[in-house]
Write a protein that binds this ligand. Structure first.
Ligand SMILES: [Mn+2]
Length: 343
């Protein structure tokens, strides 16, 4: 118990330290732009909303950049974005380009890799950048001194919740708390994994502030058609070694989320890792890999060699691949059998 308390105070301490630099940077800039990773999920959207509330409290109405085609995002995500639009301005990268000044601040949430946001290649245009995230850093992490990257938390929503508290920001519109709860539920698979004492504290605080649990359940309700597609991908997995299951699927059209869910699901079987590749709307193959933490298999390294991806021994992926399914399957086999090593 003592150890848990120490951990919790550690998070609060680093958040408190970050608060002063965050306040300073927000106050001294002309405009604040917020961005998350492309194809934003509940955690990303919830974090955008909360950090926007903090900017507003500091009297800097932020611009939230969401450059995705809204039709590609789920109904639930669109509903959340519409809610955020009641209070804040949501813009595209083109809008940003038209309105940028030489003293702008960028805050990235739920992301720290340069290639994962729609501003890739444009970071130098910002005078300052703040990163608020829960993913580990690597050589692709956006260059900035000012970052709050906490690995011992469930999600960026959890960090955002503690930031809201530090700034004493409260919202009459309880949707913002509901979004944070949804973000935490997503990244903990409904509190089944990846949760810390600070996570449970955040959950109980959010519920006491009016986060709507039945709404969160609605967000996670299974879409039947989509779930059938996930199960189809799972059905197609075959053992490629005694410990790795793969599925490369060229029929049907899948979303990144469905591919990730299939990789998660297949990991329930007797194996150390799963790799799922399936065709998406644009003709490319989305790839997700999951592992049980067995480092020697190195799914992150497999993703790196396959198409410049990465991750860790539990969770890895790579950018879409535009080749045919047989070629992809062969390449994965070659990598696993060490026929193909680092480029
Ligand atoms: Mn996240």
């Amino acid at each position: 118990m003592k150890n848990n308390e120490k951990k919790l105070s550690g998070i609060k301490q680093s958040i408190n330290d970050f608060k002063s630099i965050m306040t300073e940077k927000i106050e001294e800039c002309n405009q604040v732009f917020l961005i998350a990773h492309e194809k934003p999920d509940f955690d990303a959207i919830a974090s955008l909303g909360s950090i926007a509330l903090i900017c507003k409290k500091l009297k800097k109405a932020p611009y939230i950049i969401i450059n995705d085609n809204f039709d590609d995002l789920s109904e639930e995500i669109n509903e959340m974005i519409d809610k955020i639009k009641e209070k804040f301005i949501v813009i595209s990268v083109d809008d940003y380009e038209k309105n940028k000044t030489d003293n702008d601040l960028l805050i990235t949430v739920d992301v720290n890799k340069d290639f994962k946001t729609a501003l890739h290649g444009k970071y130098k245009q910002f005078k300052n950048i703040l990163i608020i995230d829960h993913h580990s850093e690597d050589e692709n992490t956006i260059k900035t001194k000012n970052k709050l990257i906490e690995l011992n938390v469930s999600s960026c929503s959890e960090i955002s919740h503690y930031l809201l508290n530090q700034y004493k920001v409260t919202s009459k519109d309880t949707s913002y708390y509901t979004f944070l709860l949804a973000g935490i539920y997503l990244d903990t698979n409904k509190l089944n994994k990846n949760k810390f004492p600070s996570t449970l504290d955040a959950v109980s605080d959010l519920i006491s502030k009016g986060a709507d649990q039945s709404k969160v359940d609605d967000y996670f309700a299974l879409d039947f058609e989509s779930d059938r597609r996930v199960q189809y991908l799972v059905d197609k997995t075959i053992p490629i070694t005694t410990t790795i299951l793969i599925s490369v699927c060229n029929d049907g059209e899948y979303t990144k989320e469905e591919i990730a869910k299939a990789a998660d699901y297949a990991l329930n079987y007797k194996c150390d890792a799963t790799i799922i590749a399936a065709k998406m709307k644009d003709g490319g193959y989305g790839v997700s890999a999951r592992g049980k933490g067995v480092d020697r298999i190195g799914i992150d390294n497999i993703m790196y060699i396959l198409n410049g991806g990465g991750g860790n021994s539990f969770n890895a992926s790579c950018p879409s691949i535009y080749k045919d399914s047989e070629e992809i399957k062969d390449e994965i086999k070659d990598i696993i059998s060490f026929k193909k090593i680092k480029k």
